[in-house]
Design a protein around this ligand. Structure first.
Ligand SMILES: *[C@@H]1O[C@H](CO)[C@@H](O)[C@H](O)[C@H]1NC(C)=O
Ligand SMILES: *[C@@H]1O[C@H](CO)[C@@H](O)[C@H](O)[C@H]1NC(C)=O
Ligand SMILES: *[C@@H]1O[C@H](CO)[C@@H](O)[C@H](O)[C@H]1NC(C)=O
Ligand SMILES: *[C@@H]1O[C@H](CO)[C@@H](O)[C@H](O)[C@H]1NC(C)=O
Ligand SMILES: *[C@@H]1O[C@H](CO)[C@@H](O)[C@H](O)[C@H]1NC(C)=O
Ligand SMILES: *[C@@H]1O[C@H](CO)[C@@H](O)[C@H](O)[C@H]1NC(C)=O
Ligand SMILES: *[C@@H]1O[C@H](CO)[C@@H](O)[C@H](O)[C@H]1NC(C)=O
Ligand SMILES: *[C@@H]1O[C@H](CO)[C@@H](O)[C@H](O)[C@H]1NC(C)=O
Length: 759
């Protein structure tokens, strides 16, 4: 049996999807959690204890009675240091059962399939060399970003190290030797490259790994790495589109690749090992553009592993997923990481239909040529382009199709197979970005512009046209918008913490691409490029990771929670037309916090948030207690066997609020009051006073106490309470508003999103 799991990239026909191969045997890979406190003193290390434990339960040992059977070492896949106390191993059902009775055994989880989920975006986010986050953080100099992904193409110009200082001496990473990869491929930019596939091979012993090294054979990892920390590269473009200087969010940060996703498949034990090693190596920020759907926090290896990262002060950015626009569709809804949604940027890729009368009509296109031909060819309107037979008779003409039934994908497919001179599609499909990188000359018109063409065709007995491409327009409005595919909250794993946290650019992002992997396959053949345009939360996640690197560079003392808080409370809720940011998933409606979190990331404002909502590991434990996790489940996450639940609370000190009301209560006189308590830390200089500003919320009464907070100096803390009373006459299922803490005598504001969902 084989199953496919796509990357968190929307353009699935560009990025290869991964195939997980299941072996038919009953044996499987397990992640086994152990209680280090129970380790007998005789063992010199946790590794030897794990080995001995495995040997004692091994089937072959019990059959052959040979002590220290080599098969026990073969069954051990990884012994982990940071992310869990324990190991991964390939076990038969009887071995698993025997292991359950071993001293120090806590729990085990079977490894499940994982969903693997420019450029102009830095400019769109306001990053510039004159002021703000770039100069203040020295462009992220000396901050190390670890990326868990499909590998890296080290020759890409985005990883050149011109002008970069020596590698920080604290770095313990390595450039591992492997197929077509040696240590001289790393430099002062790409400072580490490791690969992990022991788990994949344990499950599929006969698998041949075609590129057994950190080298990228997919493109995804090269793209995400260059987005987060790519160097400046002049003359970048995707076949003439999006041309300009490419750079990552933190162009002076160091990049380290931890390849755990393979063309041949992937295994969670490898992803866990990758995160474990990144922590040991000393990365400051981890970017993970992949996720596991439907796992609870104690059964999701990514949530377990990232808890250890946070404990060690490592910031973690993750992708929300591409299952939108449906509610509760997100993954990585883990309270200790940043969960990133995807938005558009103010850039459009256009093509023009030149009509026989000299008029020109503009639409969207990413066809990699400059024109169909200089000669005009006949234009023919074919309705909804569903009649394949008729389409095949058209020949060297340009077909015009009108999408009335939401059948755009079928139309594009039909026209592609009909081998015509070109296609013009009149549509208002919200997922139009999916089709722009077409295999044949195609332009996508909105219904308004479509009318111009239809009128021309109707009123001319010999309508003609040609198609022109390769135009990029900046400053398009409104932008940003939430991409319709971006996964939505609330978090199934922990609905009491509002997710996603933030939105970052993720739609049609230009970044580096391996030179030997086709960027696009046309009917006429494959085309290669050093840069590619991809869409997805996989692309927005490394944007946020890069911004985190800038904030870490500017404020090395900030905790991961403080960095997250700074990003969230300073994010933008208005687009470039000064209206509320819209959601493409619910056309022309404002985006709710379930789609974009607190708002669109603003790196320069995040430098100076005024107040931050900090969270300690004890606070996360109090949350896990209130989720009614057992001590064993909490231990799996914290690795500690003593977790105090004396302060059990669902009310995490988070820069957002979410409350659930039963819609049926609105018919009765029952008033339900939800209270939240928050503590803010002042991170500015001198004394300061803030006052609360609350946006009214339909049908709900919201209040904050006290309404004024006075801070006597840096790191001073003050607490407040927010009460939401409701519901009364609620019309919508989801109601949201904002609480702003406004510094008296300053322009800076604090914005927190509050959200209420009625079941
Ligand atoms: C590493 O590989 C590069 C390119 O393949 C080659 O030029 C170089 O000599 C190799 N270096 C070592 C130390 O093997
Ligand atoms: C692996 O290959 C060996 C030898 O070719 C064969 O006996 C065995 O059945 C194969 N195992 C799997 C899981 O395909
Ligand atoms: C398209 O490219 C060709 C060859 O590069 C060039 O001769 C032609 O002028 C270009 N046409 C337009 C409309 O830019
Ligand atoms: C555009 O969308 C509206 C509603 O979403 C739909 O009724 C209309 O038919 C669409 N028009 C075209 C040309 O697809
Ligand atoms: C929409 O689809 C239905 C059934 O699939 C079809 O009967 C109808 O003609 C279509 N409408 C248009 C405008 O093509
Ligand atoms: C935890 O258990 C208590 C007591 O049974 C219950 O009142 C509470 O609603 C539960 N909390 C969650 C988050 O399920
Ligand atoms: C519980 O809260 C009290 C008061 O804030 C604090 O002193 C104590 O350390 C907390 N205990 C734990 C286990 O977090
Ligand atoms: C609300 O009432 C409806 C109709 O009586 C019922 O089906 C639904 O389960 C109730 N919802 C909740 C959350 O209790």
């Amino acid at each position: 049996m084989a199953t496919h799991f796509p990357l968190d990239v929307w353009l699935l026909f560009v990025a290869q999807s991964f195939t997980l191969i299941f072996s038919l045997a009953q044996s499987d890979t397990y992640i086994v959690h152990m209680d280090l406190a129970a380790m007998p003193k005789a063992f010199s290390s946790h590794h030897s204890w794990y080995m001995a434990t495995l040997a004692s339960v091994s089937d072959s040992l019990r059959v052959s009675t040979t002590p220290f059977s080599p098969s026990s070492s073969l069954k051990l896949i990884y012994s982990y240091t940071n992310v869990i106390h324990g190991f991964s191993a390939y076990l038969s059902p009887s071995e698993l059962e025997a292991l359950g009775n071993s001293p120090g055994y806590v729990a085990s989880t079977r490894v499940r399939p994982v969903k693997v989920d420019t450029t102009h975006s830095s400019q769109f986010l306001g990053l510039n060399s004159a002021n703000g986050a770039w100069p203040i953080s020295s462009y992220g100099k000396d901050v190390i970003i670890g990326i868990v992904d499909t590998g890296i193409w080290p020759e890409s110009k985005s990883f050149h190290d011109d002008g970069m200082a020596e590698i920080p001496s604290r770095w313990k990473g390595e450039c591992e030797v492997g197929t077509e990869f040696n240590s001289s491929l790393c430099n002062k930019k790409l400072i580490g490259a490791r690969y992990f596939n022991k788990g994949l091979l344990a499950k599929n012993p006969n698998l041949t790994i075609s590129m057994n090294s950190a080298r990228d054979t997919d493109g995804h990892g090269t793209h995400t790495s260059s987005t987060a920390g790519g160097s400046f590269v002049e003359g970048a473009s995707y076949f003439g589109y999006a041309s300009g200087t490419s750079r990552g969010m933190a162009p002076r940060a160091r990049v380290a690749m931890y390849k755990a996703l393979w063309e041949e498949g992937s295994d969670l034990s490898d992803i866990l090992a990758a995160i474990d090693q990144a922590i040991t190596d000393g990365v400051d920020v981890i970017s993970i553009s992949l996720g596991l759907d439907g796992a609870s926090l104690h059964a999701d290896p990514i949530s377990i592993a990232t808890f250890s990262a946070i404990e060690k002060g490592v910031f973690v950015s993750t992708s929300a997923g591409n299952e939108g626009p449906y509610d509760k569709s997100l993954h990585n809804g883990t309270p200790w990481v940043l969960t990133v949604a995807a938005g558009t940027v103010d850039r459009e890729f256009v093509g023009n239909v030149i009509l026989g009368n000299g008029d020109s009509v503009t639409g969207l296109s990413l066809y990699p040529a400059n024109s169909t031909s200089s000669r005009l060819v006949p234009l023919i309107f074919m309705g909804t382009c569903q009649d394949v037979k008729e389409l095949k008779k058209i020949g060297h003409r340009i077909v015009v199709c009108q999408d009335k039934n939401g059948s755009l994908s079928e139309q594009v497919y039909n026209v592609q197979n009909a081998k015509v001179a070109g296609g013009v599609f009149i549509t208002n499909d919200t997922d139009i970005g999916l089709y722009l990188q077409s295999m044949f000359p195609a332009i996508f018109l909105n219904p308004q512009n479509g009318e111009i063409i239809l009128d021309y065709i109707k009123s001319n007995h010999d309508p003609k046209g040609s198609l022109e491409f390769q135009e990029t327009r900046l400053g398009s409005k409104p932008a940003p918008k939430v991409a319709s595919y971006s996964s939505r909250g609330p978090s199934p794993a922990c609905p009491f913490v509002l997710k996603p946290d933030i939105m970052a650019p993720g739609d049609l992002i230009l970044a580096s691409w391996p030179r030997n992997i086709p960027a696009i396959e046309l009917s006429s053949g494959k085309l290669f490029s050093d840069f590619n345009l991809l869409s997805g939360t996989s692309m927005s996640c490394p944007h946020a990771a890069g911004v985190a690197a800038l904030l870490k560079g500017a404020h090395p003392e900030w905790s991961p929670a403080a960095i997250r808080s700074a990003m969230m409370t300073t994010s933008d809720v208005l687009d470039n037309t000064f209206n509320l940011i819209q959601d493409i998933g619910i056309p022309n409606k404002p985006a709710s916090p379930l789609a974009m979190g607190a708002g669109h990331i603003n790196p320069n404002k995040a430098l100076d948030p005024g107040l931050v909502y900090d969270v300690t590991t004890e606070d996360y434990v109090s949350l896990l207690c209130a989720l009614n996790f057992t001590q064993k489940q909490i231990q799996i996450i914290t690795k500690s066997s003593s977790n105090s639940c004396s302060n059990s609370s669902l009310d995490l000190n988070y820069p957002s609020f979410i409350a659930f009301f039963n819609a049926n209560d609105s018919n009765s006189d029952v008033k339900i009051v939800q209270q939240f308590r928050r503590t803010v830390t002042y991170v500015g200089d001198g004394k300061s006073t803030y006052t609360a500003k609350l946006a009214p919320m339909d049908g709900l009464q919201v209040s904050v106490l006290p309404e004024k907070l006075v801070f006597h100096g840096k790191n001073d803390k003050q607490s407040y309470k927010l009460s939401i009373e409701g519901p009364r006459l609620i019309k919508d299922l989801v109601v949201y508003g904002t609480l702003s803490w406004v510094e008296i005598g300053a322009l800076g504001t604090e914005e927190d999103a509050a959200i209420i969902e009625l079941d």
